[in-house]
Design a protein around this ligand. Sequence first.
Ligand code: GSH
Length: 204
Amino acid sequence: MKLYYAPDTCSLSPHIVLRELDLPFMLVRVDNRTKRSADGSDFLTINPKGYVAALECGDGQVLSEGPAIVQYLADLKPEAGLAPPNGTWARSRLQEWLNFISTEIHGGFGPLFNRDLPAAARLWWQARLEKRLDYTARELEARRYLVEDRFGVADAYLYTVLRWAVFFDIDLARWPALAAYMARIAQRPSVLAALAAEGAISGT
Ligand SMILES: N[C@@H](CCC(=O)N[C@@H](CS)C(=O)NCC(=O)O)C(=O)O
């Protein structure tokens, strides 16, 4: 398998999952500005949507959309327990979290990356995002991980997007449960190895 990634982006989530599962894979870095891949390919021929992550699955199939990729990977090795079995209540709970992280947190950070965003709009988006963080922190006051209280693919994704807080001076220490969660996940060997391999630059 080949994971197309860019440092400090959402592709860290499937990267962590690949390492958690100890699956064989190659990393291919994408320049998000030029849409060229480090292996020389035009990334738009790999993922016409033009964004990471994309997973080339080895049979010519390319899967995009982080929440789909991490579930695909987890289902390759169900015994690792990174996602509950399909058809169970816990799997629906996982999908609820993945969708929330994708639309409300990942999508909530999105406009903040726009340097031309007017200040009033920036404040509005940041306040909205912080409400989502309030909710997430309340959930994590009661448990260590998002689903079934064991590390899983939703945690890889939440960790990945919460790392972006540092770019916008959003201090996660305001939410002790989130700060503790980030510190806990940052210690995982899969996370340390993925960050080192990507040469990631942000703080957490
Ligand atoms: N819906 C996609 C969004 C992926 C996404 O936002 N990728 C960003 C990095 S976090 C990207 O590569 N952006 C480059 C661009 O849009 O040109 C997913 O969940 O995988």
